[in-house]
Design a protein. Structure first.
Length: 387
């Protein structure tokens, strides 16, 4: 990464705690009903009433997956060719199951197409870096209508300059003929995690922050989020302010696998306690006492990280969380870090929660070295799959 700009995420391999497998009901207990076996079935009728505005859960049907071709040598330096290999590898894997659109600068489109292969559509749309999760609009549904909410991407609080990425939200919606709502807030897609039933998880550090929303209180931001995304309940996690470029996005800490069921990132046993440890512990404390928008208590399952001495791509900025996985139409995409025992354990946990989907492990060592993951690099558009 460039010395003139902070890395996208620093020291997130130290998220926290010890790697016990579960709190409360075991992960195996989630497979006893049809809804648990296929979370896309859970509450579908209630959630899709005509006129109800909502942000769908990631496990629901995607029309397409958006990705971005990294362009900034000033950020990636000598790693640029290798991070492109990672992104092409992820795109090809997803394209085996659903339609993938790769956005690339016009002068880089042909090269991106060669690396991604014919199964990926590469379009000319000027981008700066690979973080499609944060630059593509957050999609909401109202009946069968899909709208993009543009959260005014500003380089994670002006920590990096992303003039092209700041326009991606508007240009994507314009290209695909989708209506645009410009949010009265600044945020990024990695800040939001939802169950599709009106519950939103978010870190306070990533949005109640003067580098994005100066002068706005948490209550004011919550009111706007409920209105913009159709949320009924917002659960605030503290996060970590100022120690990584995202100010601690939620998608590397906690993830829904079904309504009421959460995976919580946990550090490798014996990792020294620090601010990330306290953030994870605080998230556990909040979630263990909270209920979702439908009044359910949460089942919280630990998702332990790999041994930092056994992973294949370690650096100080390496994001070694398995929580940054991506749920596709027929598969779940997770990183493969090289600690076989931990990789297999994480794969097994995800398979228990998504028994009808393939669990696809992908090497993303260079992306992770830059502080990101597969979820950071992808963004789903809800709807009927493109043929």
């Amino acid at each position: 990464m460039s010395a003139q700009a902070p890395s996208r995420r620093s020291a997130l391999r130290v998220i926290a705690g010890i790697g016990a497998l579960a709190l409360g009901t075991s992960a195996c207990g989630t497979g006893n009903s049809d809804e648990a076996a296929d979370p896309t079935m859970a509450g579908q009728a209630a959630r899709k009433q005509e006129g109800d505005l909502r942000m769908p859960a990631e496990w629901e049907s995607h029309a397409r997956t958006f990705m971005s071709w990294p362009a900034l040598e000033s950020v990636w330096e000598d790693d640029l060719p290798y991070v492109r290999e990672d992104i092409a590898r992820v795109a090809r894997a997803i394209a085996e199951h659903e339609y993938v659109v790769m956005m690339a600068r016009p002068d880089q489109r042909a090269a991106a197409q060669r690396e991604c292969g014919s199964g990926v559509e590469v379009i000319e749309l000027a981008v700066d870096d690979l973080w499609a999760r944060d630059t593509v609009p957050v999609f909401v549904e109202e009946g069968t209508k899909v709208t993009g909410v543009d959260f005014n991407f500003n380089g994670w609080g002006d920590k990096q300059t992303h003039d092209n990425d700041a326009q991606v939200g508007r240009l994507v919606l314009q290209k695909y003929g989708l209506p645009r709502v410009q949010a009265p807030l600044v945020s990024e897609g990695g800040s939001f995690e939802t169950d599709g039933e009106g519950t939103l998880l978010i870190t306070e550090s990533s949005i109640v922050n003067d580098n994005r929303n100066p002068g706005m209180s948490r209550a004011e931001i919550e009111t706007d989020l409920k209105k913009l995304l159709g949320m009924k309940k917002v659960i605030w996690l503290k996060g970590v302010r100022g120690e990584d470029i995202t100010d601690a996005h939620v998608d590397s800490l906690v993830r829904f696998t079904a309504p009421g069921v959460i995976l919580l990132d946990r550090a490798f046993p014996g990792t020294p306690a620090d601010s990330w440890s306290r953030s994870s512990d605080q998230a556990m404390s909040v979630l263990s006492e909270a209920t979702d928008a439908q009044g359910r208590e949460f089942e919280i399952i630990d998702l332990p990280q790999p041994d930092p001495d056994l992973i294949t791509g370690y650096s100080d900025d390496f994001l070694s969380t398995y929580a940054n996985f991506y749920i596709g139409n027929d598969a779940v995409y997770m990183p493969k870090f090289g600690d076989k025992k931990a990789d297999d354990r994480a794969r097994g946990i995800l398979q228990e929660h998504f028994p009808k989907r393939d669990i696809v492990q992908v090497n993303i060592d260079t992306v992770a070295t830059g502080g990101g993951g597969i979820h950071c690099a992808t963004h789903d558009q809800p709807g009927k799959p493109v043929e």
